[in-house]
Ligand binder design. Structure first.
Ligand code: HEM
Length: 144
């Protein structure tokens, strides 16, 4: 658990960052072919991201059960927000954007959903980063 928990957390954070950065660079490039490939590729990463996130949460609650520490309480509070934002906002956005990209339909709906996905994605990256930092603090690998 002690090894797999941070590994799963790191994998979830790295995957979210990769999705966000590839989306942002695609948009900045303005190249429709790049944007389309990124939107088609992201759903393939979900079978990696979702189990990694679920396992980080599950193992975190197992590890943290007996801890009475504010950093653990903060991690416990953040986890449902991360999961709900992921499952109710990010996954549906990724699937809608994939479908629109398949149809080469890059109109107003595409950009509205894309903006929502970037905001919700940035929120989850910050929340995951805070839980990562709190984990390192709990291990005293960085200063409190
Ligand atoms: C997905 C979000 C999470 C991430 C990215 C994350 C990340 C980490 C990291 C990097 C460590 C440090 C481990 C080490 O340096 O060896 C850690 C430790 C820890 N995490 Fe998490 N964690 C997450 C969720 C949670 C949750 C939800 C809980 C509890 C409710 C939790 C409880 C703990 C505890 C108690 C430790 C210390 C374990 C020990 O000292 O053996 N984590 N976490």
């Amino acid at each position: 658990m002690k090894v797999l928990h941070p590994a799963a957390g790191a994998l979830a954070l790295a995957t979210m960052l990769a999705f966000w950065l590839s989306t942002a660079f695609g948009e900045i490039s303005g190249n429709m072919e790049v944007i389309r490939s990124v939107k088609l590729a992201i759903p393939w990463g979900l079978p990696l991201l979702i189990p990694a996130l679920a396992f980080a949460g599950f193992s975190g609650f197992r590890l943290g059960g007996r801890w009475n520490h504010p950093a653990v309480a903060a991690k416990k509070k953040r986890m449902p927000l991360i999961a709900l934002n992921g499952l109710l906002v990010l996954v549906p956005c990724a699937l809608v954007l994939r479908q629109l990209a398949v149809n080469a339909d890059f109109g107003a709906i595409f950009y509205a959903v894309q903006a929502l996905e970037l905001c919700a994605g940035a929120t989850n990256i910050v929340l995951l980063g805070m839980s990562f930092r709190d984990g390192l603090r709990l291990k005293r690998r960085i200063r409190a």
